[in-house]
Design a protein around this ligand. Structure first.
Ligand code: SF4
Length: 230
């Protein structure tokens, strides 16, 4: 059996290769499904407890190069949550999610829906910046998932917008591509009562502005969903 560092390096080469061909890499359903956290969660009454549980986290290799853990921000009882892939350079520097160029675009999307950033809750699949903004590896997603799961449970959103393939496939445990997942409601894998709307990541929109219309179509459905439920 290969050492974990070697398998991670092979997986990373695979991901980068597909990215060079303009294809979003697909995380394996087998690897995403049925992963129980290795440590049991303590009693958590609010998001502050989750942050304390996370501590100075060193549960995966992403801790090595980070400047700050990017925990999540916004209304702790938001009806609407946005979940992206992981922090970039600006987010790592400030310790806040979606504050760079992609974040500014996300703010515009939220405002176009009739909300503010303070109305919603924003988080990522992993809380530390992957080197060179690469896609997080399955073992990194697995290590960070218990904390995101706790955040989702405590915020209790009526609906989640998954930004990009990593978020969409992790939350639904359905492999991509994102073009096949978006535009209709999916289900949160571990709580099917929570609908997920997968859509393109704002960073993708910066490179492909023509996809903005598709994202608007997706978030308009989310807006209508929330308005119909008061
Ligand atoms: S990515 Fe998550 S699990 Fe990994 S070190 Fe950061 S906070 Fe811990």
């Amino acid at each position: 059996m290969l050492p974990e560092e070697t398998t991670n390096a092979i997986a990373q080469e695979y991901i980068q290769l597909w990215k060079e061909f303009g294809v979003e890499p697909q995380l394996s359903r087998k690897k995403l499904a049925g992963r129980a956290p290795k440590e049991s969660a303590p009693q958590l009454k609010d998001l502050e407890d989750v942050r304390k549980w996370l501590g100075n986290c060193q549960r995966c290799p992403l801790c090595k190069d980070r400047q700050n853990i990017v925990f999540g921000t916004g209304n702790p009882k938001a009806k609407l949550m946005f979940i992206g892939e992981g922090p970039g350079a600006d987010e790592d520097a400030q310790g806040l999610p979606f504050v760079g160029r992609a974040g500014q675009l996300l703010t515009k999307i939220i405002e176009a829906m009739g909300y503010t950033r303070e109305d919603v809750y924003i988080a990522n699949i992993v809380k530390c910046r992957p080197p060179l903004n690469r896609t997080p590896l399955p073992n990194e997603v697995e290590a960070c998932s218990p904390f995101l799961k706790a955040q989702i449970e405590l915020v209790g959103p009526r609906i989640i917008v998954a930004l990009g393939l990593t978020a969409a496939s992790t939350l639904t445990q359905i492999p991509g591509p994102i073009s096949g997942l978006r535009s209709r409601f999916q289900k949160l894998a571990w709580n099917p009562k929570v609908p997920i709307m997968p859509t393109y990541h704002p960073a993708y929109l910066l490179r492909n502005p023509s996809a903005k219309k598709l994202v608007w179509d997706d978030v308009k459905q989310v807006k209508d969903f929330l308005e119909a439920r008061g």
